[in-house]
Design a protein around this ligand. Structure first.
Ligand SMILES: NC(=O)c1ccc[n+]([C@@H]2O[C@H](COP(=O)([O-])OP(=O)(O)OC[C@H]3O[C@@H](n4cnc5c(N)ncnc54)[C@H](O)[C@@H]3O)[C@@H](O)[C@H]2O)c1
Length: 368
């Protein structure tokens, strides 16, 4: 599979950029070409700085690129306005200006936070994504959604702000834990379910190579996923239509995350959400049970465990979802439903209908 993908937004000011995927990629050399700047602010978290900071610093220095690191403590709870303010302030004090660029270095948390800083610093300076988790490589670094969490809502303050490039070195995955790896795999599987049966089959046929982190298979896996996400965001940069299919599994998944007080990792919650939403699709006579079984089987191979939950309490979280709408006073909850692997439709349901889906006995068959 090709290791370079070009994202183009002909109708907007976002222009175009490349996603480059390679084992042992040299980001400094590429950066000088795709995003020239006087200085680079590397925004990263404490774990990534410790594990891989020297390697990136070496690549930047070798390319003659002036840079400084700006670090914050790892973890979702630090993707907040406090760090947005303090990191921007530090950049200003160090003399970063309109001629500078930001490098978002790490998983989705540094990616979203650094992108949000770049989008507002001096009213916007360029940025490059150098993702280091599977989730960030296959999902969050592509598409230009950047944000921080507010106290009462995840990703509630954010922008659409496209990077100048996404530079992916698969070697970073060598240090990623199995849990974090699988957390990303669930979003990867989602890409296959929503848009590409062939890609879904590629994952089914290469589970051993993927879990064994075979470099050639990882490269094809990541480029396949980026290609699917790129195809979607190019058609719908700002989520006014098609991009909504990326929310498969997320209506119930976000509810499960909330119910667990965010102790359940996002990907694992989405995996359970995809199972429930696919079961709802079978119930609605849209999806064949065999396709549901294929989806479930693949999720289980990457460690999905079906959660126990109280359906009424889960519903309390689902009805607060920001994607819900009102029609003639009644709440309508959208679900992305697969009709077969590679194709979905969006349907709106009442809270009562969703509650019935959450209680389906078939969901709990065979779960621990
Ligand atoms: N912008 C988008 O379109 C989009 C899409 C999906 C998710 N997200 C966001 O992404 C975030 C989740 O991303 P994530 O799962 O990458 O979280 P994360 O950035 O917190 O990374 C998970 C953990 O892995 C560590 N880590 C990162 N790279 C590592 C490496 N190579 N080796 C070892 N450890 C490493 C991190 O320090 C952290 O502890 C959420 O905030 C979510 O809202 C954004």
């Amino acid at each position: 599979m090709e290791n370079q993908i070009r994202i183009k937004f002909p109708a907007s000011r976002s222009g175009s950029y490349i996603i480059r995927i390679d084992k042992g990629l040299d980001p400094g050399r590429l950066m000088a070409a795709v995003c020239p700047a006087d200085r680079y602010a590397v925004i990263t978290d404490s774990n990534v700085r410790e594990l891989h900071g020297k390697k990136l610093a070496w690549s930047l220095s070798k390319a003659g690129l002036a840079h400084d690191f700006f670090e914050f403590p790892a973890g979702e709870k630090n993707k907040n306005l406090e760090n947005f303010g303090s990191l921007s302030e530090k950049m200003l004090i160090k003399g970063f200006d309109r001629g500078s660029a930001v490098i978002a270095f790490g998983g989705g948390v540094p990616g979203d936070l650094a992108g949000f800083i770049a989008g507002s610093f001096m009213r916007g300076i360029p940025f490059i994504q150098v993702p280091t988790t599977l989730l960030a490589m296959c999902d969050s670094s592509v598409g230009g959604k950047v944000a921080v969490d507010l106290k009462s809502g995840k990703n509630s303050s954010g922008l659409f702000y496209q990077p100048k490039a996404v530079l992916i070195d698969t070697d970073f995955l060598d240090t990623l834990s199995e849990t974090e790896f699988n957390n990303g795999m669930f979003e990867v599987i989602k890409h296959g379910v929503i848009l590409d049966e062939k890609y879904f089959r590629f994952i089914e046929e290469n589970v051993t190579g993927i879990t064994g982190r075979d470099p050639a298979i990882l490269r094809d896996l990541i480029s396949g996923s980026c290609r699917i996400k790129a195809a979607i965001v190019m058609k719908d940069e700002k989520e006014s239509g098609l991009r909504k299919v990326l929310n498969f599994g997320h209506t119930v998944g976000h509810g499960l995350e909330g119910l667990s007080h965010y102790r359940t990792r996002h990907g694992f919650a989405v995996a359970a959400g995809m199972t429930i939403e696919a079961q709802a699709s079978v119930q609605t006579n849209l999806l064949q049970p065999e396709d549901l079984n294929r989806i479930k089987a693949l999720l289980v191979r990457f460690g999905m465990k079906f959660p126990t939950y109280n359906p009424v309490k889960l519903m309390d979280h689902i009805i607060k979802d920001k994607k819900n709408t009102r029609s003639q006073g009644s709440l309508r909850i959208p679900l992305v439903l697969p009709v077969r692997i590679g194709r979905t439709v969006i349907r709106n349901f009442s809270p009562e209908e969703i509650l019935r889906f959450l209680k389906l006995p078939e969901l709990f068959e065979g779960s621990e």
